[in-house]
Design a protein. Structure first.
Ligand code: ZN
Ligand code: ZN
Length: 249
């Protein structure tokens, strides 16, 4: 029991440092590239932005603890008891399984996110209870990556840990999934498109969600619900394309 608690604390610490380092780095970068968003000259705007960023960091740190608990349980059950389907020996599965397993984790995560996210926008009571916190940021900043109400954090925090009991994955591929989740969680909220317009208008942008796509969700609310891929949004007619504010020349 003590080992489980320590593991949960350690994972919360890792998730917290990961959040502060990634959001901090991209907020710092975005401040240089979009000072109009991150360092407005108008004093009132600057004060409002500071209050918003403090709120985003506060909610995110609460989410860090919620995400750390199932991650810590999995880490302990994997390391001490071998109870998950995480493997370290590359010969345990064919090499082609490495990218396939990473893609499966992202696809399941994206599917879960799309439908729960859409449900939260569909039912006003659910929106007010679980998702309004995430939309308090208008527009969001890189610090909003984990800015969720605890109910919303609870709805998602267990998913990837649960998948490790079902879908075999090499620990390196799992790390890649977590890096992708972190990178897109931060950059999709930073109010600045990191990818060149050529990419956004090409194959990448047609299939992968980046800031231009998610920024429109924060403006329109009733569209662009996806997390990594545009698949569900396009299939279900909820894809309204990109926010023109963010597209780089
Ligand atoms: Zn968002
Ligand atoms: Zn939303």
């Amino acid at each position: 029991m003590t080992a489980l608690i320590l593991s949960a604390l350690l994972m919360s610490l890792i998730v917290g440092v990961r959040y502060l380092a990634t959001s901090g780095f991209f907020a710092w970068t975005a401040r240089r590239i979009r000072p109009d968003i991150y360092a407005p000259a108008d004093e009132q705007k600057a004060a409002r932005l500071n209050r918003q960023i403090r709120r985003e960091i506060g909610w995110s740190l609460l989410s860090v603890a919620i995400y750390g608990i199932p991650a810590g349980i999995v880490a302990q059950l994997w390391q001490a008891h071998g109870l998950t389907r995480i493997y370290s020996d590359l010969s345990a599965m064919p090499l082609w399984w490495l990218p396939v397993s990473a893609f499966l984790y992202l696809a399941v995560h994206d599917t879960w996110f799309y439908w729960t996210h859409r449900a939260m926008h569909h039912w006003p009571a659910l929106f007010r209870t679980a998702h309004a916190v995430h939309h308090e940021s208008r527009p969001p900043t890189a610090w909003a990556a984990m800015s969720f109400h605890p109910w919303e954090a609870l709805s998602a925090a267990w998913l990837i840990p649960a998948l490790t009991f079902i879908i075999p994955i090499h620990h390196g591929a799992l790390l890649l999934v977590l890096l992708i989740a972190t990178f897109f969680g931060v950059t999709n909220h930073m109010g600045w498109e990191i990818f060149p317009r050529r990419w956004i208008n090409g194959w990448f942008g047609r299939h992968i969600i980046s800031a231009s796509h998610h920024h429109l969700h924060h403006g329109l609310y009733q569209s662009n619900y996806g997390l990594y891929f545009r698949f569900w949004d396009r299939l279900c007619g909820t894809d309204k394309g990109f926010s023109s504010d963010l597209l780089r020349p």
